[in-house]
Design a protein around this ligand. Structure first.
Ligand SMILES: Nc1ncnc2c1ncn2[C@@H]1O[C@H](COP(=O)(O)OP(=O)(O)OP(=O)(O)O)[C@@H](O)[C@H]1O
Length: 313
């Protein structure tokens, strides 16, 4: 189990980036870390991996303490693997060789088998013999993930793991990778801006705001009952509207167009989204977004009804 005990960290003394972070993660569990750019997601991953010296608190993996560079000749806890945003691959050797670098040379058959298995996970078999310098950014990112898995870490730390990968590949890769980690009982912490990493694959979601943990809970619970607009906005467009003097948070799919209600609104714009239209309306002088099956004429008057609202602020 990972125990992050009341840690604080700052790159300089007068600016704290992580303030009193306190949480645990069990073996095999998956945690997503989300929050606005610059809130400290990467910094949290680096402290957990042991790349930074804490100002307060401590971090344990079972009974072993994770120590920072001041106390460790080679920074980085050896039971963890960290895939940074800049990959750190060897450009002049092939994809296979990059993965094999982390496997024992004394067992060539096992090493080959394992390399093939990992090439399958990242769907890069066709590039096994291609030099890394000739790969695209997204392909390099996939090789970096396979290389991190080569030695079967107990905890994998991934910083924006699918940031450079196109949508089509991203979905398959997500299923392959998170499926593989679950099967092998490998814990995982993912820093991400992508709600899909959290909603479909994570056991827990930790949201950072103003350098503190705002919430750490089951992602479905957070989605259905977001504490505030900042949290709901991680998942979708969110409306913060006042009805009967009460502030309500509503996702666009929770507002419907209806034949008769006492809530009337005026169409401002329609945006094509593929399998639905996002309709912008003016309601009581507030801008509101709702989902609809077709576009609607600007200026048209409509009536809306509101489904269960999210938590009031
Ligand atoms: N090496 C460094 N020295 C000084 N400040 C740093 C350093 N690395 C990051 N910071 C600062 O620490 C804060 C948190 O950065 P961090 O990279 O952890 O944010 P993040 O949430 O991962 O952002 P993003 O979503 O944009 O990747 C930012 O204000 C950043 O400018």
């Amino acid at each position: 189990m990972l125990k992050v005990n009341h840690i604080s960290f700052g790159y300089s003394k007068n600016k704290t980036i992580l303030e009193n972070f306190n949480f645990t993660l069990k073996k095999g569990e998956h945690l997503c870390v989300m929050g606005e750019s610059g809130c400290g997601k990467s910094t949290l991953l680096k402290t957990i991996y042991g790349l930074l010296d804490l100002q307060k608190g401590n971090i344990f993996w079972n009974d072993e303490q994770v120590l920072g560079p001041k106390n460790h000749l080679v920074p980085g806890f050896d039971k963890f693997k960290y895939v940074a945003q800049d990959f750190d691959l060897m450009p002049y050797i092939s994809v296979s060789e990059n993965i094999k670098k982390f496997l024992s040379r004394f067992y060539p058959e096992e090493s080959e088998k394992r390399t093939q298995e990992l090439l399958n996970v990242i769907e890069m078999n066709a590039f096994a013999n291609t030099k890394v310098k000739n790969l695209s950014g997204g392909q390099k990112q996939r090789v970096a993930i396979a290389r991190a898995l080569a030695k079967e870490p107990e905890l994998l730390l991934l910083d924006e793991p699918f940031g450079q990968i196109d949508n089509f590949k991203k979905n398959t890769l997500r299923r392959n990778l998170f499926g593989y980690l679950k099967q092998n009982n490998i814990a995982c912490i993912v820093a991400t801006h992508d709600k899909n990493d959290a909603l479909s694959f994570a056991d827990k979601l930790l949201v950072i705001r103003n350098h503190k943990i705002l919430v750490n809970d089951n992602p479905k619970e957070i989605y259905h009952n977001p504490k505030e607009k900042y949290v709901a906005a991680l998942f979708d467009d969110v409306n913060e509207i006042i009805i009967n003097n009460e502030v309500r948070l509503l996702y666009p799919h929770q507002i419907k167009i209806t034949d008769n209600s006492n809530l009337s609104a005026k169409i401002v714009n329609s945006y094509f989204k593929g399998n639905y239209w996002l309709i912008e309306v003016s309601f009581n002088n507030q801008t509101v977004f709702l989902k609809h099956s077709s576009s609607l004429k600007k200026g048209e008057l409509i009536h809306i009804s509101i489904k269960n609202h999210l938590n009031s602020k």
